[in-house]
Write a protein of this length. Structure first.
Length: 260
């Protein structure tokens, strides 16, 4: 082995050993915020980045053409922020309520011109007048402002020096302030409608780090809507849009930074 490389490896090993001893040795080690987790109630805030898209179940007639999906979703990245309220149950369990505001913009593409073959109608589907879809008809930019209120049960281990791992799970009540659900216009006027009031479930894992003045928690959270968000188009609207979708559900993966 090259002598220079050998010396570099030895030096790096010594430095890592010294750093590890300084951080994790038990003698002369100071625990930070020792009594913080003994509080019955505590407060904080969080910032997060999101990756959002839709889970789509297509209508077998209007959303599929043989094995081709006629509706596709494009994921997006966004951000949010919120508050934290913690209720300590015992040494291992906490209940958390973390209301927040999430901003999102997603895209749905409807390549549904082939539905013209159903224009004559059937016993179960009324006839409609087909027309050529322009680009503005095919793409829907869906902006959402979500008031997200998760209630999470947190299970954590014992502190390991100045850190503590945890997992959490719970349910969310989510209000979409830009759902357009009350609008009389629909996709014929380029307005995609979805439900205002929604329910979801969430799962989260992370590590809590204790500093002199605060506790910092980086975490990963997944949130998955349980209800169908689709609002049907008006009866006179051709089946190019909402009719092509049976089920539409938001799913999100979040990187969260919590400060308490």
């Amino acid at each position: 082995m090259n002598k220079f490389l050998l010396r570099a490896l030895v030096l790096a090993s010594v430095n890592i050993a010294v750093f590890a001893d300084a951080q994790f040795r038990t003698r002369n080690r100071m625990d930070k915020l020792e009594d913080f987790d003994e509080q019955k109630f505590s407060w904080g805030f969080y910032l997060n980045g999101n990756r959002l898209d839709y889970r789509i179940v297509l209508h077998p007639r209007y959303g599929m053409n043989d094995n081709q999906n006629l509706v596709t979703s494009k994921e997006s990245y966004s951000f949010g922020a919120g508050l934290i309220a913690k209720w300590r149950l015992n040494d291992y369990l906490d209940v958390r309520i973390e209301p927040g505001l999430q901003f999102a913009q997603r895209q749905l593409t409807f390549n549904t011109q082939s539905n013209d073959i159903y224009a004559g109608g059937s016993l179960t589907n009324p006839p409609f007048t087909p027309f050529p879809l322009q680009e503005k008809d095919k793409v829907r930019e869906i902006k959402s402002t979500l008031v997200d209120i998760p209630v999470l049960l947190e299970l954590h281990g014992q502190r390991w020096y100045n850190s503590r791992p945890y997992v959490a799970a719970g349910v969310n009540y989510v209000v979409n302030l830009q759902s357009n659900s009350g609008s009389s216009d629909d996709n014929m006027q380029q307005i995609f409608r979805s439900t205002t009031h929604n329910f979801a479930w969430s799962a989260e894992m992370g590590i809590q780090f204790y500093f002199n003045k605060f506790k910092l928690t980086p975490a990963i959270r997944g949130t998955f809507f349980m209800n169908n968000e689709k609002v049907a188009d008006n009866a006179t609207t051709p089946p190019y849009w909402a009719s092509a979708i049976s089920t539409l559900q938001t799913r999100a993966v979040m990187f969260v930074l919590k400060f308490e």
